[in-house]
Each structure stands twice: as C-alpha cells, then as structure tokens.
Design a protein. Structure first.
Length: 222
C-alpha cells in the first residue's frame, strides 16, 4: 500500500493489531495529554515517525499542569524520537518556546477555533501573524458552521503556497476539507487510528480515509 498524506492520531495505548492496520499512514501523532504515562510505551510500539502534541483544556486537551511542565514533556518526547512537536499559537512566550524546542525537533505552530470559521480575510490575517514565528509547518483548524467554510480553508492553503499550511474544519460540516486539504496543497491531513482514538469532532478513522482516497483514485491526482 502506498503511504498516504495522513497523520494517524493515537490518544490511548494502542493494540498491536490496530497498528498493523495503519500501514497506509505517513506518520503518527501521540497526544501526550490523553495518553498520560503510557505515552512512552506507545512510542516504543511505533514503526513509523511520530509527532508529539500536549494540549491544554483551552485547546481541546486535558493537560492541567504548568506551562513549564508541558513544554518539558514535549522536550522529553523529542528526546524519545519525536520528529516534530505541535505547539499552540496561543502558547505564552511562543517565540522563546520555539527557540528552545527547535533545537531538538521540527515544530508545527497550531491554532484551533472551536466556535466557528472566521471570514477568509481574517483567516489570512491570522496566518500572516503566525508566520512571524519561525516554524516548519503552520496549522489552522476551525469549526464549520456552513458547508462554505470548507472552501475558505482550502483556499487559505492555496493563497500562501510558499509555506506549509495545514488547514481544515472540524465538525461534520467540515469533513470535506479534511479529505481535500492535501489536494489543495496541505502536506497532510489527520485521521484517528480507530473509533476509540478520535481526538476531534468530524475526525474520520484511518480506514475510512484510506477507503475514500482509494475510491477517488487519489494517487492519480497528486
């Protein structure tokens, strides 16, 4: 099976059988805040690269420790082999944090809007502001309240072609942008390892994503 531009999200300690079915994914994301102490065990089970993320409750996660503890946990993940660290745009002293983390791993700066999808102009302004912080990839995730929100996110990727932008909308109305964002220029999209690993509204399983890409003959469109 050809590797697809899909990041497979792991939120709980996986079963070996589940991992065998994830061969179509490009890499994994370990949600350190949801895995808790089992994240090291999960990392040791993986046969592909992994990105590490540790989200606070305000960013849809469950980490309740201090910021120093959270950044320290990401550093431990980098030391354990994480090739990329996802750090939120809202992180206090982001510039200093990125300077610290980028000596150890690549970094992705992310923004999540759990309420709605701003106007196309506001989205572009947001990304331009995010670009003031040096990172390898920038991610903007919103919540779709209209089918037209998918178009806003897909166009956002195309409007900044010289940077790696991941952009799609959460929720059932945003599923289209999850599927199509790699075709618009996003380096990858996200899917859960299985139904019990879903980390966001509207997130499909890897098996579902692979089925869709096969049905549209994805490889011939890239």
């Amino acid at each position: 099976m050809k590797t697809l531009p899909v990041c497979c999200v792991i939120t709980r300690l996986p079963e070996a059988e589940s991992l065998k079915k994830s061969e179509g994914a490009a890499f994994y994301e370990l949600r350190l805040d949801l895995l808790g102490e089992s994240w090291r065990e999960a990392a040791a089970m993986l046969d592909k690269p992994f990105m590490a993320t540790c989200r606070r409750s305000a960013e849809g996660g469950s980490f309740s420790g201090s910021e120093e503890e959270r950044i320290g946990l990401l550093e431990k993940a980098a030391a354990a082999g994480a090739f990329m660290l996802d750090i939120e745009y809202s992180t206090p002293h982001l510039g200093e944090v990125l300077k610290r983390l980028r000596t150890q791993s690549k970094c992705l700066v992310s923004h999540h809007n759990f309420a709605d999808t701003p106007s196309a102009g506001d989205l572009k302004t947001l990304v331009k502001d995010m670009l003031n912080y040096p990172a390898d990839i920038y991610k903007v995730i919103t919540t779709a309240t209209s089918i037209n929100d998918n178009i806003k996110l897909l166009n956002l990727i195309k409007e900044i072609p010289d940077k790696k932008i991941v952009a799609f909308a959460m929720g059932n109305l945003g599923i289209l942008s999850r599927i199509l964002c790699p075709l618009a220029g996003s380096p990858f999209t996200y899917a859960s390892l299985n139904d019990s690993n879903q980390s966001a509204s509207g997130q499909m399983t890897l098996a579902q994503m692979i089925e869709i890409y096969r049905s549209v003959n994805y490889e011939n469109h890239t």
